[in-house]
Ligand binder design. Structure first.
Ligand code: ADP
Length: 218
């Protein structure tokens, strides 16, 4: 059975989620209080409706609890975002993703039981900062305050050496979980795997150890 999604708030973030889901062939109900926004998505989403989602009766009439996943992408109106999330939760929606505007908003959302809370501006800002600081860092995923998974471009300093020779785990306390080589991906590479120039290493570890590796080994 095809999964059904509802996106509430069709600003830059919600709009982009709505487009991407629709391009993937998903059933998407696009919702916004602003009629112009809804018209913009009428030909993109499966259905598009004008609705104020802080009104419980409206949410019920949309049959919102039957959707597999509801994304709340209401931007600046934090009160509307919280109220909407609370009601989705009360109506029994199984998966709720909410965009948080700030840390306080995030705290409230997690208290009322939002399943996934995203902070796109903050996270993208951090990613870009990492990339600016080190050209070798292509992407990064924060696992906790202190641990990350990072994509690092291998350079001439390590190319031509095997993982064993580089002794990365013992020296830096980090692990190479995969190597991206052209279109291929080598998962859990063996110690005798030789790093090639152009390889992208996917490493996991403590941020301080990853930084040390970037500074000393690359
Ligand atoms: P972004 O930063 O992602 O561009 P915006 O704040 O521009 O976010 O967009 C949020 C969207 O949410 C707007 O299109 C706005 O009309 C919509 N919105 C705000 N309040 C409600 C509400 N109560 N019900 C439905 N949609 C709402």
């Amino acid at each position: 059975m095809k999964k059904e999604f509802a996106v509430i708030g069709l600003g830059r973030f919600g709009g982009s989620i709505c487009r991407a889901l629709s391009e993937e062939g998903m059933e998407v109900l696009a919702i916004d209080i602003d009629e112009d926004k809804v018209n913009e998505f009428a030909n993109i989403a499966s259905h598009a409706v004008v609705a104020d989602t802080t009104d419980e009766a409206v949410l019920k009439s949309l049959g919102i609890r039957n959707f597999d996943h509801v994304i709340v992408a209401i931007g600046d109106n934090i009160q509307a975002s919280i109220l909407t999330t609370l009601m989705l939760k009360e109506l029994g929606v199984k998966h709720i993703t909410v965009k948080a505007q700030n840390d306080y908003h995030e705290k409230v959302l997690s208290k009322i039981g939002a399943d996934y809370i995203v902070h796109p501006e903050r996270d993208m800002g951090k990613r870009i900062a990492h990339h600016i600081i080190s050209n070798n860092v292509l992407d990064y995923l924060e696992l906790s305050d202190e641990h990350s998974i990072v994509e690092i471009a291998a350079n001439g300093n390590i190319a031509g050496h095997s993982i064993m020779e580089l002794d990365i785990r013992a020296k830096y306390g980090i692990n190479i979980v995969a190597i991206k080589r052209n279109k291929e991906i080598i998962v859990s590479p063996q110690a005798n795997e030789v790093i090639q120039s152009g390889d992208i290493l996917i490493v996991i570890g403590a941020d301080t150890d990853i930084n040390r590796f970037e500074k000393k080994a690359l």
